[in-house]
Every structure is written in structure tokens, then in C-alpha cells.
Ligand binder design. Structure first.
Ligand SMILES: [Zn+2]
Length: 176
């Protein structure tokens, strides 16, 4: 039984618990055939970009090695995959559920404060990428932000979204 774990490998990220991995395995089965699943071992949640953490690299490496990185809040995922398209890349992601995402934002903010960076903000939507067009992690859409996810893929509206493993679509236009 593996638990969720905070790790540093240049980025700050989370290894997923076995329970979460099992839930994802179930959801992956319902993706469109075009979506090629990312291998279980490399599925993760990215928390903070490596560019941001560059000045703290040494310190964080040491904390990681000592197993002293702080525990993040539990990852709870939405049960609907969102398709995210940027240029020639397409990913299918599971965002963190609302309260879990909020808790994660606070964790990241507090973590950066502990590094001496006050009022850290970013537009990241915390998520697990579960598939892309090739199944290779390097072909995923990076740094998914709110504008990528929480708007209708057809008309751009941000209200009343539903998703069924394809573009999120709104009630108004119905995705046509
Ligand atoms: Zn729409």
C-alpha cells in the first residue's frame, strides 16, 4: 500500500496513493480511443514549476533526500476527464475536485512562504494527466491553467459546464 508523497525532482510534485491510482485506472477505461493512456508509474500531480524553484534547488534536494518535504493535502480528483488542447498537443486530465484544489493552492502558497516567497500566486489547475495523443508524458500539455479547463471548448462560455471526456461544453450552446 503506497501513500501519497511529496517529492522534488526539479519540480515539486506528488506521487499518487495506490487508491487514487486505482480510481484513475477505472476512469481511463472510458476515454475515447484517440486518448492514449499515460503509464501508471509516471502519473503525478505537479505543484510548482521548476523555474520557480530554481533558487531553492539545493535546499529542496536535501529535504527530498531526508524525506522532510511537507505532506500535501489529500488529492481528490473529479470523476470527469477534461480534454485540453494547446497547439499540436492534446491531453486528457482529471483536475482536483474543488475543495481539494483549494486546499492544494493554500499548501503551495504556504510552502512558498516557507521558502521566503510571500504572496505566491499562480494560475495552475492542479490535475493528473491521464492520457495524450501518444501516451508519452513529454507530449502532454504543460502548465494547465484555468483558461484551458473551465471554459466551453465550443463557444468560450465559463458558466454551467459539463464534460464527458471530451471538450467541456456549456449548457447554452450544447457543444455544437
Ligand atoms: Zn458553449
Amino acid at each position: 500500500m503506497t501513500d501519497q508523497q511529496t517529492i522534488f525532482d526539479g519540480m515539486l510534485k506528488l506521487h499518487l496513493s495506490e487508491d487514487t491510482q486505482r480510481e484513475i485506472d477505472e476512469l481511463v477505461k472510458f476515454l475515447t480511443p484517440e486518448a492514449k493512456p499515460i503509464r501508471t508509474e509516471v502519473r503525478h500531480v505537479s505543484l510548482i514549476h521548476q523555474q520557480v524553484l530554481k533558487p531553492f534547488r539545493k535546499e529542496l534536494k536535501a529535504l527530498h533526500k531526508a524525506g522532510d518535504l511537507p505532506d500535501a493535502p489529500e488529492v481528490l480528483l473529479t470523476e470527469e476527464a477534461f480534454k485540453v488542447v494547446r497547439e499540436d498537443r492534446t491531453s486528457w486530465i482529471l483536475p482536483l475536485a474543488y475543495t481539494s484544489g483549494r486546499a492544494m493552492s493554500k499548501f503551495v502558497k504556504d510552502f512558498m512562504a516557507s521558502m521566503g516567497v510571500e504572496d505566491f500566486t499562480n494560475e495552475r489547475v492542479f490535475h493528473v494527466t491521464i492520457a495524450n495523443l501518444t501516451g508519452s508524458r513529454k507530449d502532454s500539455v504543460g502548465d494547465v491553467c484555468e483558461a484551458d479547463v473551465f471554459q466551453c471548448g465550443y463557444c468560450g462560455s465559463t458558466g454551467g459546464l459539463v464534460s464527458d471526456g471530451d471538450w467541456p461544453r456549456c449548457i447554452d450552446c450544447g457543444g455544437v
